[in-house]
Design a protein around this ligand. Structure first.
Ligand SMILES: *[C@@H]1O[C@H](CO)[C@@H](O)[C@H](O)[C@H]1NC(C)=O
Ligand SMILES: *[C@@H]1O[C@H](CO)[C@@H](O)[C@H](O)[C@H]1NC(C)=O
Ligand SMILES: *[C@@H]1O[C@H](CO)[C@@H](O)[C@H](O)[C@H]1NC(C)=O
Ligand SMILES: *[C@@H]1O[C@H](CO)[C@@H](O)[C@H](O)[C@H]1NC(C)=O
Ligand SMILES: *[C@@H]1O[C@H](CO)[C@@H](O)[C@H](O)[C@H]1NC(C)=O
Ligand SMILES: *[C@@H]1O[C@H](CO)[C@@H](O)[C@H](O)[C@H]1NC(C)=O
Length: 406
């Protein structure tokens, strides 16, 4: 019995596969590869990027669950992985004393926890959210209202903009509605302060990595009048683009928030037009150090390219880009920019690892603000293969490509 069934099945399977080409979107193949590697499950706080990787991965999985047509089996697989990643993050974030001395990255996780708590009412998540809120209240701020990114005195960086503004607003919206409008203003202030201090006029509106208004951070020297650091690091600009989108997502669109949303959209449009202008003409990718394109040692970087391509596509889908008076580019021009970036990501960053999974190349590892922040520093940092920061940026970009086809 058994043998005859096998003989019957074996010749049919390859034939069936051959007539039906694999149309699985790359976003899902990437997520399956991340799951196969068990990435993001074990959170090691000594690996400096591990918490922001968790926040970005949660965003990626949540966007897949919300936007992609999935079989019930896949839906359950991704739901349970989301839960697994959250379970790994909970123990790392349960002590206010420790959290307050950690980078702002922990709040990137909080925004996703709030979303999942709204869906499930899970009290473990609520407890972590409340711990993060207590931490938020205790964090150091500049006299201008910006959060310090980490323990470095008076240093604010763009890396934090992916994390704190959306959490700060989402928390108030969900748990403290009487103070929500103030919270939205505080979130918007994080972006406008960075614009005031870090805007690079010569690049048409890109942003230096961070600033210290007291101009006394020892590793930077006292070089620039506005107190910003020396170079424009692409992934940091990517975090700002992402943060503007996630913050706009959590601030409700009602008359009372119209001015705040308009300000944030304006900042987004200005920044994305500068990003589009800075795209490398020959490749469609973006340079690691954006203010020295093509300079000896500089390289095209795949996490920033993924984040920018995603922000372009999502900004188009939500009607933020190519629609405002004064936008420097049309929707078609932004779309062309995203398409060219996507082609580079697929052809140069994406890898077939041979075991059936997708890998990802050309993502730079940590570039700490606790450095000279000079060109030579950023271009000397190593690449990290299969980095979640690159992989999830690509996953999100491919997801938006699928949505844009509809
Ligand atoms: C609540 O969430 C945590 C973290 O994701 C998870 O470990 C736990 O199983 C969840 N509890 C319930 C009752 O779903
Ligand atoms: C939180 O961490 C601090 C510093 O490591 C420690 O002293 C304290 O006991 C911890 N608190 C709890 C409730 O675990
Ligand atoms: C810099 O940090 C110190 C605390 O270390 C604080 O007293 C001071 O107000 C800060 N300066 C600015 C300009 O934010
Ligand atoms: C930085 O330089 C400016 C003038 O160039 C000076 O006013 C300021 O005090 C200096 N700051 C520090 C911390 O040395
Ligand atoms: C990743 O990119 C680097 C730099 O271009 C290259 O040397 C390396 O061979 C690539 N890795 C793989 C696995 O393709
Ligand atoms: C920042 O850099 C300085 C000198 O380069 C080093 O002594 C210090 O330990 C670093 N701080 C942190 C928190 O890594």
């Amino acid at each position: 019995m058994r043998i005859s069934t096998l003989l019957f099945l074996i010749p049919l399977r390859p034939a069936a596969a051959a007539v039906r080409p694999d149309t699985t979107p790359l976003a899902l193949k990437m997520l399956d590869s991340i799951i196969a590697r068990e990435q993001g499950v074990v959170v090691d706080p000594s690996v400096k990027t591990s918490v922001i990787e968790g926040g970005l991965l949660l965003l990626g999985i949540s966007e897949v669950l919300e936007n992609m047509p999935l079989t019930q089996e896949l839906d359950e697989k991704y739901e349970s992985y989301l839960d697994l990643v959250m379970s790994g993050l909970v123990p790392v974030l349960q002590n206010v004393t420790v959290d307050v001395r950690s980078p702002l990255d922990e709040f990137s996780v909080g925004t996703q926890f709030i979303k999942q708590y709204q869906k499930t009412g899970n009290l473990t998540l609520l407890s972590t959210i409340q711990t993060l809120h207590q931490t938020d209240l205790l964090r150091n701020r500049q006299s201008d209202g910006s959060y310090w990114y980490y323990v470095y005195p008076n240093v604010t960086t763009q890396d934090g903009l992916f994390s704190i503004p959306s959490f700060h607003s989402a928390y108030a919206h969900e748990f403290d509605p009487n103070n929500a409008l103030t919270a939205y203003q505080t979130s918007a202030l994080q972006f406008s302060n960075i614009i005031d201090r870090c805007l690079s006029h010569s690049t048409g509106g890109l942003l230096y990595h961070g600033y210290d208004p007291t101009r006394s951070f020892p590793n930077w020297g006292n070089l620039t009048s506005r107190g910003h650091s020396q170079s424009i690091w692409a992934r940091a600009v990517g975090w700002t683009c992402m943060g503007l989108l996630t913050t706009l997502d959590v601030i409700p669109d009602v008359p009372a928030t119209a001015a705040i949303r308009k300000e944030l959209r304006g900042i987004f449009v200005q920044l994305m037009s500068a990003v589009a202008r800075a795209q490398d003409g020959a490749s469609g990718a973006w340079w690691q150090v954006m203010n020295f394109p093509g300079r000896q040692g500089n390289f095209l970087e795949s996490s920033a390219t993924g984040l920018f391509a995603y922000a372009l596509l999502r900004g188009l889908r939500l009607g933020y880009l190519g629609t405002e008076d004064g936008d420097k580019f049309s929707a078609r021009q932004y779309r062309r920019s995203a398409d060219r970036a996507y082609d580079w990501l697929v052809n140069k960053a994406l890898l077939e690892l041979g075991d059936g999974t997708l890998g990802y190349n050309l993502t730079v590892d940590v570039c700490s603000i606790n450095s000279t922040t000079a060109f030579d520093f950023y271009v000397a940092q190593p690449l990290k293969p299969q980095s979640l920061l690159g992989e999830v940026g690509f996953l999100l970009t491919d997801l938006e490509m699928q949505l844009a086809k509809k």
